[in-house]
Design a protein around this ligand. Structure first.
Ligand code: ATP
Length: 872
C-alpha cells in the first residue's frame, strides 16, 4: 500500500494500466468551489478560525466540540420555547454543514434506513448513548475522542500513552489485553486510534516517539500477535516497497462507503467535504452526527483491520470492485466512534498524517524492546528505574545503540514481516543483524552520496585519503540480485521490483558471470546507449522506455549497465569490505560485454592530483554525464579490521567500525569523523561525494512536488503557470509550499502538463489537500501531489509568505527560492523521495556559511589590496 505522501512512481507502465484509481477529491473536482483568495502574507496564526482545513485534528475536534455544545444548548433552549424554525444562516459553519447534511440525508433516504433504504427495520440500531453507549450523554452529543463509551474505551482513554516510557507501566494495561477485556484476546483498533489521536495532536518528536513506544510496549506485553499489524497500520502501509500491494481504492469506493455507513447522499457528502476538505474529517463529522447504524457495530481489532486491508489489496479480477467495496463498507460500519472512523478513512485513503515515518517507528521499536518483552520470551531488558537515574547523555547513548542496530537491520532488510517476529523472539541485540540481515531477492537500501559545491570543496574534504573518481552517469540506479540457480531480480533506487522492465539485462546476466561466481548482489547505473557505438544517451531517452512487462524482442531503448559496486558474493555479505576490495572483486570476477555491461569509468586520485581530477571531471561532462562521484577507497590503516573488532569489546555490532575506529582516528582529533570505505546502506555519508556540473551556478538542486497552479497570462493562458512547488515535512507527513515557478518550462512541457493536470481530470483536486501547508493567495487549481520535479534556483531566501521549514531557521518565517527554474521530472522518484524541509534548511545554512566565508575573504582581500597600496 502506498500513501500519497509515500506514493511512488511505480514501475508500471501508465499506458498499459487501466484507469488509475481516483481519489475522493476527483469526484468532487467537477463541483469544485474555489476557496476565497487569502492575503499573501497570511501567517498561520492569522488563519481564518472558521477554515477547518487549517486546523490540527485537536483544534478541529475542540472547535467541533464547542459548536456541537452550542448546538445542543440551542436545541435545548429551542425545545423549551415554542417550535420556531431556525434560520440555517444563523448557525455556526460546521453546525450548518452538519444540519444541511442531516436534512439532505433525510430528504433522500426512506425513513430511518440510511441510503441503503432496503435495510430491515430490525437491523437499525440506535447508537444513541442511552441505549448502547453508556458514556454518551443522551441529549448532548458530546464529542469524546471515542464516542462509544464501552468498558474497553474507558480503559483505553485512561491509558497515559504520552507519558515518558520510563514511568509508563504497560503491565497494568497489558493485563487487560491478556485477560481478554479488550475484544477477546486481540488488541482493539480503538487502542490504536487512541494513539493516533495523541500522535496527531502533537508536533513534538519526543512525545510522538514516547506515545509509540508505550503503545508498542502494551501490545508486546499484552497481545504480541498484534504487533506486526500495529506496525504496518501505524506506518500506513501493508507491505514493503518491493512487494507491490496496492489497495486500489478509488475515491468513489470511499465516498460510497461514507454514504452507506453514515446514510449520506451526494449533496450532504459534498457539503461535508467542502467544509472540511479531508475524507477522514468527513467521516469524523458524519459519525458525530449519526444517530443510528444499520446494524450493531462489531468492534474492530488491529489484526482485523490489517487483514481487511490485505484482503482488499489481494482482491483482483472481475467483481473485485464489489468485493473491495463490501470490505470497506463493513469496516466503516464497524467503526464505533468518530475518531475510529476518521483514522480508518485516512488509512484507506493512504494518508494517515501521524508522523510515524520509518525512522520514528524504528526508534520506537528499539526502545520498546529494551523495556518490554512478550510473555513467551526471556531476553534481557533494561530497568526503567535504572535508565531514569542515568544522565541525559548516558541515556541517549543507551537509546542510540539500540536504534543503530534496528536501523542497520532495516537498511539491509527493509521488511517489518522479517524484523518484527525476530524482535519478539530475541529483542534488540547483535544477533538480530545475523537473523535479519542481507538476503538475496530482498533489496537493501542504497548508500547515498553527499553534496559538494565544487571540486575544490571535494578535494579539501578528502585531504589525505585515496579516492576513486567515477563518472556519474545519468540513468537509473539498479540493484541486481542473482542466486545460485541464476534467478535474477532487479530493484530500483526506491526498492521497487523492476525486473520486468529490463528483460535484456536479465538475459545478459549469465554472460557476465565469471568463473566461480554463484550468487551476488551488484549495483550500477542503467543508461540508455547506442549499442553500436556505445554513445551515452540522455536520461530523457531512458525514461521513454516502457516500464512493465517489456518483451525482450520489443526493446526499443537499448541500455548498458555501468556497475559500480558489489555488496554480496557467493553467500557472503561484502558490506564491511573497503571499496578497493569490493571493486577488485567486481572487476576481476565479472565479464564485460561491450556497450551492454561494463564498469563505471574511473580514476584513482589524492587531493594533490587536482589537475587530473579536473581533467576527468571535464571528460565526464563532455560525454553527457552529470558530473562525478568521488568515493573513499580504503579505511584508514588504524581502523580496526572487522575480525579484530568483533573480538574486541565493541558494545554492539551496529557501532562497529565507527566508534572504535574514530577513537584511534587522527581525523577525530580535528573533530572530523573518519570517512569509511565500507558500504553503508541507507546512509548519506561524506565517503561518497557528488560533484555535479550544475553546482558552479547553483548550490544544489531540490526535488520538489508540484501542488498547484494558476492560469497563465498572454501566450501562456492555455497552460498552468506559475506552478506552486512544495517540499516534504518528514515528521508531519505534510507538504510545505516553497515557491512559485515560471521558468525552465518549454511550451511542449506546458502543454503536456496542462493535459496531465486537466481541469476536472483525475489529477486535479477540488480543494487544497489538508496536508499541504500554504497560506498565500489561492491558486486556481490544486494538483494531486504525485510527481517530483528537479528544480534549480539562484539562492534560498527567508520568506514572510511561505512557511516551508518554519522553525528550522526562523521561528516566524519560512524559506523560499529566488529564481526557481524547472530542470526535469524525476521519473525515478516518488513523492516520498522528494527533498525535505530539513534538507532545504541545511542548504540555507550552507549558503549562509558560504556567504560569510566569502565576505571574510573579500574583506581580507581588501586589506591585502590596501596594504599593497600602502607599500606602493
Ligand atoms: P540521491 O540518490 O543521492 O538521493 P538523487 O537521486 O537526487 O540523490 P543524484 O544526486 O543525482 O541522485 O546522485 C546519486 C545518483 O547518481 C545515484 O543514486 C545513482 O543513481 C547515480 N549514479 C550515477 N553514477 C554513479 C556512480 N558511479 N556511483 C554511484 N551512483 C551513481
Amino acid at each position: 500500500m502506498v500513501s500519497p505522501a509515500k506514493k511512488r512512481k511505480l514501475n508500471s507502465d501508465s499506458k498499459t494500466t487501466s484507469t488509475p484509481p481516483r481519489n475522493l477529491h476527483y469526484f468532487f473536482g467537477k463541483q469544485k468551489q474555489q476557496p476565497p483568495p487569502q492575503p499573501a502574507n497570511n501567517a498561520p496564526e492569522n488563519l481564518d478560525p472558521d477554515d477547518a482545513r487549517m486546523l490540527t485534528d485537536e483544534q478541529f475536534a475542540r472547535k467541533l466540540q464547542a459548536e456541537v455544545d452550542l448546538e445542543a444548548a440551542a436545541e435545548r433552549a429551542e425545545a423549551s420555547r415554542s417550535r420556531t424554525p431556525k434560520s440555517k444562516d444563523s448557525l455556526p459553519s460546521i453546525e450548518r454543514a452538519a444540519k444541511e447534511t442531516s436534512t439532505a440525508s433525510e430528504d433522500s433516504k426512506p425513513s430511518g434506513t440510511g441510503s441503503n433504504g432496503n435495510a430491515a427495520e430490525k437491523d437499525v440500531v440506535d447508537t444513541k448513548p442511552d441505549q448502547t453507549l453508556p458514556s454518551f450523554k443522551s441529549e448532548n452529543h458530546t464529542l469524546t475522542l471515542q464516542a462509544s463509551g464501552s468498558a474497553e474505551d474507558t480503559i483505553i482513554s485512561s491509558i497515559p500513552f504520552d507519558e515518558s516510557p520510563l514511568t509508563f507501566e504497560p503491565s497494568k494495561y497489558a493485563q487487560d489485553l491478556a485477560n481478554g477485556v479488550l475484544e477477546g484476546h486481540d488488541a482493539s483498533y480503538a487502542l490504536l486510534t487512541r494513539c493516533f489521536v495523541l500522535l496527531n495532536s502533537t508536533r513534538s518528536r519526543i512525545r510522538i516517539v514516547d506515545t509509540l513506544v508505550n503503545l508498542l510496549r502494551v501490545i508486546v506485553e499484552g497481545d504480541p500477535s498484534s504487533l506486526l499489524p500495529t506496525v504496518w497500520l501505524a506506518t500506513n502501509s501493508i507491505s514493503p516497497p518491493y512487494i507491490s500491494k496496492e489497495l486500489g481504492l478509488g475515491g468513489s469506493a470511499i465516498s460510497k462507503a461514507l454514504k452507506n455507513a453514515f446514510g449520506l447522499d451526494n449533496k450532504s457528502l459534498k457539503a461535508l467535504y467542502d467544509k472540511v476538505g479531508d475524507a477522514g474529517d468527513v467521516a469524523f463529522l458524519a459519525k458525530k452526527k449519526q444517530t443510528f447504524t444499520l446494524r450493531k457495530p462489531k468492534p474492530l481489532t488491529i489484526k482485523g483491520v490489517y487483514q481487511s486491508l490485505v484482503k482488499i489489496a489481494n482482491t483482483q479480477g472481475t467483481g473485485s470492485g464489489e468485493t473491495k467495496q463490501r470490505i470497506v463498507d463493513r469496516l466503516l460500519q464497524d467503526a464505533r466512534g468518530a475518531e475510529e472512523s476518521r483514522y480508518l478513512v485516512r488509512t484507506l485513503c493512504q494518508h494517515l498524517r501521524i508522523g510515524a515515518v520509518k525512522t520514528t517507528m524504528l526508534i520506537a521499536l528499539s526502545r520498546a524492546f529494551l523495556l518490554s518483552r512478550p510473555p513467551s520470551a526471556d531476553f534481557n531488558l533494561k530497568s526503567p528505574k535504572e535508565l531514569a537515574s542515568l544522565k541525559k547523555e548516558e541515556l541517549a547513548e543507551v537509546w542510540l545503540r539500540a536504534e543503530e542496530i534496528l536501523k542497520e537491520c532495516f537498511a539491509r532488510r527493509p521488511n517489518y514481516n522479517d524484523l518484527v517476529p525476530v524482535l519478539l523472539e530475541i529483542g534488540v541485540c547483535d544477533e538480530l543483524l545475523v537473523r535479519c540481515g542481507l538476503a538475496l531477492h530482498i533489496p537493501l537500501r542504497p548508500m547515498l552520496g553527499s553534496i559538494t559545491r565544487d571540486l575544490s570543496e571535494m578535494l579539501t574534504k578528502l585531504q589525505g585519503r585515496d579516492f576513486a573518481c567515477e563518472y556519474k552517469y545519468d540513468g537509473q540506479r539498479a540493484q541486481v540480485h542473482c542466486d545460485n540457480q541464476g534467478k535474477v531480480s532487479i530493484f530500483s533506487r526506491n526498492l521497487e521490483l523492476m525486473t520486468d522492465k529490463y528483460p535484456d539485462l536479465v538475459a545478459l546476466i549469465p554472460k557476465i558471470r565469471g568463473d566461480g561466481v554463484g550468487s551476488f548482489i551488484m549495483e550500477g547505473e542503467i543508461v540508455a546507449v547506442n549499442q553500436e557505438t556505445g554513445e551515452l544517451k540522455t536520461f530523457q531517452t531512458l525514461s521513454n522506455r516502457a516500464r512493465k512487462d517489456v518483451a525482450i524482442g520489443s526493446v526499443k531503448i537499448e541500455v548498458c549497465m555501468f556497475a559500480f559496486d558489489i555488496m554480496y558474493l557467493n553467500g557472503e555479505p561484502l558490506l564491511d569490505r573497503p571499496l578497493r576490495e569490493r571493486r577488485e572483486l567486481l572487476r576481476s570476477l565479472f565479464i564485460e560485454v561491450p556497450h551492454q555491461f561494463t564498469w563505471v569509468k574511473s580514476i584513482d586520485a589524492k587531493s594533490q592530483d587536482s589537475e587530473a581530477v579536473l581533467e576527468f571531471f571535464k571528460s565526464a561532462t563532455d560525454v553527457k554525464c552529470e558530473g562525478i562521484m568521488v568515493k573513499i577507497l580504503d579505511n584508514l590503516p588504524n581502523m580496526l579490521p572487522p575480525d579484530e573488532e568483533e573480538a574486541s569489546e565493541t558494545p554492539s555490532k551496529a557501532t562497529k567500525g565507527k566508534k572504535k575506529s574514530s577513537e584511534k582516528d587522527p581525523e577525530k582529533k580535528t573533530n572530523r569523523k573518519a570517512l569509511l570505505a565500507t558500504y553503508e546502506p541507507d546512509k548519506r555519508l561524506e565517503s561518497w561525494l557528488k560533484v555535479k556540473k550544475d553546482y558552479s551556478t547553483t548550490f544544489d538542486t531540490l526535488d520538489m512536488i508540484p501542488v498547484a497552479g494558476w492560469h497563465g497570462q498572454g501566450r501562456k493562458s492555455q497552460w498552468w503557470s506559475p506552478i506552486l512547488l512544495a517540499v516534504r515535512n518528514e515528521e508531519t507527513g505534510s507538504l510545505e509550499v516553497v515557491c512559485k515557478c515560471i521558468s525552465g518550462f518549454t511550451d511542449a512541457f506546458y502543454k503536456a502538463n496542462k493535459e496531465h493536470y486537466k481541469e476536472g481530470g483525475e489529477h486535479v483536486l477540488g480543494s487544497k489537500p489538508s496536508y499541504v501547508e500554504y497560506y498565500g493567495p489561492s491558486p486556481q487549481v490544486w494538483f494531486e501531489p504525485q510527481e517530483v520535479w528537479e528544480m534549480a534556483f539562484a539562492d534560498i531566501t527567508i520568506s514572510p509568505t511561505y512557511t516551508a521549514a518554519i522553525g528550522l531557521v526562523s521561528d516566524e518565517k519560512g524559506l523560499s527560492l529566488r529564481f526557481p527554474r524547472f530542470l526535469k521530472k524525476r521519473e525515478d522518484k516518488g513523492i516520498d523521495e522528494a527533498s525535505t524541509n530539513e534538507f532545504l534548511a541545511n542548504l540555507w545554512r550552507k549558503q549562509e556559511e558560504k556567504a560569510s566565508t566569502s565576505s571574510v575573504k573579500e574583506v581580507q582581500g581588501e586589506i591585502v589590496e590596501y596594504d599593497e597600496n600602502i607599500s606602493d
